[in-house]
Design a protein around this ligand. Structure first.
Ligand SMILES: [Zn+2]
Length: 551
């Protein structure tokens, strides 16, 4: 059923994953890479033990990494130097370790092409990554918040989006709390402990590989609101998608609010793209630093959004769209993060189009465009920023709004049928794996039977946007309408596809799309037979122009 089972069964494919052979020249590795040559993590088991005390001043962790290796003689796992490592094991045998920087390194036994199991036992109170907070109402809460490379603050991992793995979470916490995580709930049962402070052991397991930025637990005295079975027969797993809301007990009365549409949102994307990729979908009020964080199968929202109701429908749609784009298909390198955020931005707008109609959709696209035009970074950096060397700057208006609008342009350029066929092909080819921009380009080129180098180049690989002065003139003698397009000098001219709306002398409204060449000045004859000068001519009525348009 999954590409994972194929991955585990076919050694040749494994080798191509290990060598990263799908990299193409124009998508060179970034300065933010952290791959391990010859290592491919298959599985993590994380054991997290919270003490049976009022405040978890020390949490004990055991992380077991199962990895395929080809000629690697050591394994370096990212892990904050602030945490104390007690011991390490390789294949069940205690071994020595070193702690260079924020990592833990063990030597691997002789051998070239096999599977190794590396366990790290460590403890401490993480300063980041797992956000542990006192709460006047709840005592304390703990929430994972790993994006983009903060898993290492509490989890010994190969902390990079290119190395996805299965996860088992085994968490022991006071019985006052419940634990939510990625995957399916396997077990929730009492643990031996002091009768006065009982413990519960909770086990969650993913059946699909995910990247470290999405591996989370939430530990809190949750009240759980079941949203029921949704999107039946529209998931990779047999049956329906169970959805639920996990929030603090005092918020429960305010729910479900926008979560009333959560089932429809999953059904919409499942129908538009592909079956829902995970075991369930939990919506969790949490301590994430983001408004919403698309952790696989367990979306974490800023809990402050729950104080006056619930997170908005648009945010729920954005984070839900990520389950396909960002989670199931993950950018191989950080400069391609737009494959996650641009898709979530645009697919949230597609939900608006589906649920609330064309005018609401166009208003959302106008809002996205206004935001990107206001942000200086769109004029300074390309969406695919290969100069990125600081992951605190990985998220910006380029990768959300400009990238989202670029997908909209692509849809207008090649048409709905080719666009969605291309997206589905791209998703199917990289589901539960990784992708780069070139992979998307190839898929939409095949779907549209067109070369689109120019499109990806001008919108994604260079800074800026179009700056256009558009006017029109009528030649009474030849009865021809012409558009004159002048492009600004700040950015090189763009090849554009521009909608022209005109009202004829008799009052009929006509729409015609014209191609504007990538040159400073163009005069374009509008391909329409008209008997008289039109009453009015306007440009971009369908909001498919990325830039500043003066008309
Ligand atoms: Zn997002």
């Amino acid at each position: 059923m999954s590409s994972l089972s194929r991955l585990l069964a076919v050694p040749a494919l494994m080798l191509s994953v290990l060598t990263g052979s799908v990299l193409v020249a124009q998508d060179a590795p970034s300065h933010t890479g952290a791959r391990r040559a010859g290592i491919d993590v298959l599985h993590y088991e994380f054991r997290v033990d919270f003490p049976a005390r009022a405040w978890p001043d020390t949490i004990r962790f055991a992380s077991t990494t199962t990895a395929r290796r080809v000629n690697a003689m050591a394994l370096s796992l990212d892990l904050s130097s602030a945490l104390h490592v007690d011991s390490t094991q390789v294949n069940g045998v205690r071994v020595a370790f070193t702690r260079p920087g924020d990592s833990v390194r063990v030597a691997l036994p002789k051998g070239g092409n096999d599977t190794v199991r590396v366990a790290v036992f460590y403890r401490g109170l993480p300063a980041d990554g797992l956000i542990v907070r006192r709460d006047s109402l709840l005592g304390w809460t703990a929430f994972g918040d790993n994006f983009p490379d903060r898993a290492r603050q509490w989890l010994a991992t190969v902390d990079h989006p290119s190395d996805k793995a299965l996860v088992d979470w085994i968490v022991r916490a006071p019985a006052t709390h419940r634990v939510v995580a990625n995957g399916a709930l396997i077990e929730e049962s009492p643990e031996p402990g002091l009768p006065a402070s009982p413990l519960v052991r909770t086990h969650w397991r993913t059946a699909r590989p995910i990247y470290t930025g999405l591996m989370v637990i939430g530990v809190s005295p949750f009240a759980v609101l079941e949203l029921g079975e949704t999107a039946c027969n529209l998931a990779e797993h047999a049956g329906c998608v169970r959805q639920s809301v996990w929030a603090s007990p005092d918020r429960r009365a305010a729910l479900p609010g926008s979560f009333a549409r959560a089932g429809d949102i999953v059904a919409f994307f499942s129908t538009l793209v592909a079956p829902f990729p995970y075991e369930k979908l939990a919506h969790v009020a949490s301590s994430t630093r983001y408004g919403g964080m698309e952790n696989a199968g367990a979306i974490f929202y800023d809990q402050r959004l729950f104080t006056v109701g619930s997170p908005g429908e648009s945010l729920i749609a954005h984070e839900t769209a990520h389950q396909w784009f960002g989670d199931a298909v993950t950018e191989r390198e950080w400069p391609h993060v737009w494959l996650s955020e641009g898709f979530a931005t645009y697919f949230a707008a597609l939900w608006t189009e589906h649920a609330h109609g064309d005018s609401a959709f166009l208003a959302q696209m106008r809002g996205i465009r206004a935001k990107l035009l206001k942000s200086p970074i769109t004029g300074e950096k390309a969406v695919i920023d290969t100069t990125l060397d600081n992951l605190t700057k990985v998220l910006n208006t380029n990768v959300y709004e400009k990238a989202g609008f670029t997908l909209h342009l692509l849809r207008r350029e090649i048409g709905d049928s080719a666009f969605f066929r291309g997206i589905r092909t791209y998703y199917a080819a990289h589901r539960h794996g990784n992708a780069l921009t070139a992979d998307l380009q190839h898929a939409v080129e095949r779907a549209s039977h067109r070369k689109l180098d120019w499109f990806f180049e001008q919108w994604l690989r260079r800074p800026g946007y179009a700056e256009v002065d558009a006017s029109w003139s009528w030649n009474a003698k030849t009865k021809q309408l012409s558009a004159r397009i002048q492009q600004g000098t700040r950015f090189a001219p763009y090849r554009l596809s521009l909608m022209v709306d005109l009202t004829t002398a008799s009052g009929t409204v006509k729409h015609v799309r014209v191609t504007v060449p990538a040159q400073a000045t163009s005069t374009i004859t509008i391909p329409l037979t008209l008997s008289a000068k039109p009453r009015a001519v306007t440009f971009d009525g369908d909001v498919s122009f990325l830039g500043v348009l003066r008309q």
